[in-house]
Design a protein around this ligand. Structure first.
Ligand code: BGC
Length: 692
């Protein structure tokens, strides 16, 4: 496991104050000392900061390096001198010719070869190192870089008007296909509400509406040390969480990428034994004393004490039919996982079996969807009187879990097979699994690009909402749209006939090995780059196309066309996200009444600092605290896609029943990595239930 040991001391995890302590590198002294730039980790504490700050950094032009040529003096005879002079000339001319030939041939060289030369650190413009979580974080190189020759903005445009018009029109046409107007939003909200009700009544519906057996949200006073693991997409996280009981907590975590072969393994054991091994590594690294003590006791006394066992919350972010707080069978895999044997099996039992084989002092106490964890974490930390209504993820996948009145969950309350749960609160958190909203496409948009993406996916016809909204798919939608334009000979995208036709005076080339030709070749983080690039001539977009996507000497017109389409794909995703949020706000009746319909554990509690009900961090001054409808969100899109929240809010205002007044009451706060804390909180509740 790449132990990223992020020690987080988090005072609050709402969007206003996130405090991370990143390890300070040891100070260098004496001859060893070198000027180092310490890059502190930059968690985006609000939706906007992450990408804008990084882009601002990227947009600042790098300065040229200084070259110092060493001088040498020699004493030679005249003959030798003249001979060496002519030899010197001959060599110089040969070198000059070679350089010239290389310069001429450079654009035609294979992409890998050009990449090789361009990756020499002393002159390479640093390429954005982005991942879904960290899409536009540019690292400063140790020396001043020389701007890339291909894509540096020349300052004056050569604009071929005919070409621009044609390309701009075509880009507008494609972007318009991604329009999802106010009428569409309203229709989709109605359909969402209908599917929510249907899903609460019976099984096998499009919105799964899974009862989670979690019947209360935390109030910030919970205490204790718990473990949580999180399997949800590309990474597996193991953490231990110390809840301080005053709405704050400390978290230690390790993260490891899931090898692709385990995502599509033949047997469940291959994946789950890997997960258990990571838990063992984590215990050895961060709770060594506890771990070795229990191993010793097991050897000497044959067993360990009940209080030595860690209760673990298992965040498993796939659709699971829950049968109890720590029991649930997998309904289907999503997000590229595909292990047929696991479907229909209890995933908690699978994990516990592997944990037991390693004799770890860990009990899987709760099974938690990441959205439920996000809801719990947000409710633990959020300011104000009202408990959180909804936890939502807009990351690799998308989904939401919300607090529902128990009597509306009739498929559970009227079922003979339902497991035990606490009925006293009159509420239960329901995991909507909204990724599969409107699989039958009654109201969802369906462009030719959506059709192609779905047809080539591992699960055609399923997760249709997710395929239009989440990070796993947006890059691919853009790629399909761009390839369509490139393949049309009449459309001049990335097609300069000669180098004088564009502003970079070099012929645009798409290398045949470019990721643009491969499924999933464009990362969704590229959409964030497009939406955030306000530099002259879209310099960042052009650099990224060159460095990451093998498309060199892209013109400003090309970059503008790409930006326009990428923006339309991203905005549509945000407007669809608003459909889900708006429908849940309406269906739960939160706009009709405020705190009265709040969650069961929202009363003020002694010992909570600051006391609940006294903090208004909504920034929306005119809304009384008790009228706030609190929503916790997490995921790469909400964290990094510029203005994702603004697009959501715009669409919410367009829904008549919400309008401007209603939209103002909705407070959306980030619950960064909340699923780990949330899982710990549920493990706490579950641990108490087993004690009773
Ligand atoms: C899964 C959900 C999960 C969401 C976000 C979806 O693909 O079906 O269970 O909550 O991704 O991670």
């Amino acid at each position: 496991m790449v132990d990223t040991k992020v020690d987080l001391a988090i005072a609050r995890i709402d969007s206003y104050t996130v405090k991370r302590v990143s390890p300070t590198p040891p100070a260098k002294t004496g001859a060893d000392a070198s000027p180092t730039t310490t890059l502190s980790s930059q968690p985006a504490s609000s939706w906007r900061e992450g990408s804008t700050a990084a882009l601002a950094k990227a947009n600042s032009a790098p300065s040229s390096p200084r070259v110092t040529v060493p001088l040498r003096s020699t004493s030679r005879s005249r003959d030798t001198a003249s001979f060496s002079l002519s030899l010197h000339h001959a060599i110089s001319i040969a070198v000059l010719l070679l350089v010239l030939a290389f310069q001429l041939l450079a654009p035609r060289l294979p992409h890998e070869l050009r990449q090789y030369f361009s990756s020499k650190p002393h002159w390479r413009v640093p390429s954005p190192e982005f991942t879904l979580r960290n899409p536009v974080l540019f690292h400063e190189p140790p020396t001043c870089p020389r701007p890339d020759q291909h894509v540096a903005f020349a300052g004056t445009f050569y604009t071929n008007t005919e070409r621009s018009m044609n390309l701009a029109e075509q880009a507008k046409r494609v972007a318009a296909e991604f329009e999802f107007g106010p009428g569409n939003v309203r229709k989709a909200v109605k359909e969402f509400v209908r599917e929510m009700d249907e899903g609460l009544q019976k099984e096998g519906t499009e919105l799964s509406q899974i009862p989670t057996y979690v019947t209360a949200v935390p109030n910030g006073t919970e205490k204790g040390l718990y473990m949580a693991v999180d399997l949800g997409g590309t990474n597996f996280r193991v953490c231990s969480i110390q809840l301080h009981g005053n709405t704050t907590f400390s978290l230690t975590q390790s993260k490891v990428a899931i090898p692709h072969e385990l995502m599509v393994a033949k047997t469940s054991k291959e994946l789950f034994s890997f997960l258990a091994k990571q838990i063992e590594n984590f215990l050895k690294a961060h709770h060594e004393d506890h771990y070795t003590a229990t191993i010793k006791r097991r050897q000497t006394e044959g067993n360990i004490k009940e209080e030595e066992i860690f209760d673990l919350g298992f965040t498993f972010s796939f659709p699971v039919q829950q049968i109890g707080i720590n029991k649930g069978v997998l309904m289907r895999w999503t997000k590229g996982f595909d292990i047929q044997e696991t479907i229909g099996q209890d995933v908690c039992a699978l994990l516990q079996k592997e944990i037991d084989e390693l004799h770890l002092p860990v009990r899987v106490a709760a099974l938690v969807n990441d959205t439920v964890g996000t809801l719990m974490a947000r409710s633990y930390t959020s300011p104000g009187k009202t408990g959180t209504l909804l936890g939502a993820i807009f990351g690799t996948g998308t989904n939401g879990a919300y607090v529902e009145k128990l009597d509306k969950v009739s498929k559970l309350t009227q079922s003979k097979d339902a497991g035990d749960f606490d009925k006293s609160t009159g509420e239960m958190i329901v995991n909507t699994e909204w990724g599969s909203f409107d699989n039958s496409l009654r109201t969802l948009p369906n462009t030719p690009y959506d059709v192609e993406l779905d047809a080539k996916s591992v699960n055609p016809g399923i997760q249709m909402f997710e395929k239009r909204v989440s990070g796993m798919f947006l890059g691919e939608l853009l790629r399909i749209a761009l390839v369509g334009l490139v393949k049309d000979p009449a459309i001049p995208l990335f097609k300069d006939e000669n180098s004088s036709q564009n502003d970079v005076h070099s012929t645009t080339q798409i290398h045949e090995g470019s990721p643009i030709w491969k499924q999933w070749g464009i990362d969704t983080s590229f959409l964030s780059i497009c939406a955030g690039d306000h530099s002259d001539g879209h310099r960042v977009i052009r650099q990224t196309l060159d460095k990451e996507y093998g498309i060199s000497a892209v013109s400003a017109e090309d970059a503008e066309a790409v930006r326009e389409i990428a923006f339309a794909v991203g905005r549509r995703a945000a407007r669809l996200a608003a459909v889900a949020i708006g429908a849940i706000v309406l269906e739960t009746g939160r706009l009709r009444s405020a705190t009265a319909s709040g969650t069961a554990t929202t009363e003020d509690k002694e010992g909570v600092d600051p006391p609940r009900g006294t903090v208004d961090s909504s920034g929306r001054g005119e809304v009384a605290e008790e009228d706030v409808i609190d929503i916790g969100v997490d995921g790469s899109l909400v964290e990094f896609y510029p203005n994702f929240e603004e697009h959501i809010r715009q669409a919410l205002r367009e829904v008549e029943e919400i309008g401007e007044q209603g939209e103002k009451r909705i407070r959306i706060g980030i619950a960064k990595d909340g699923s780990g804390v949330g899982a710990a909180l549920i493990a706490l509740v579950a641990g108490r239930m087993t004690e009773d």
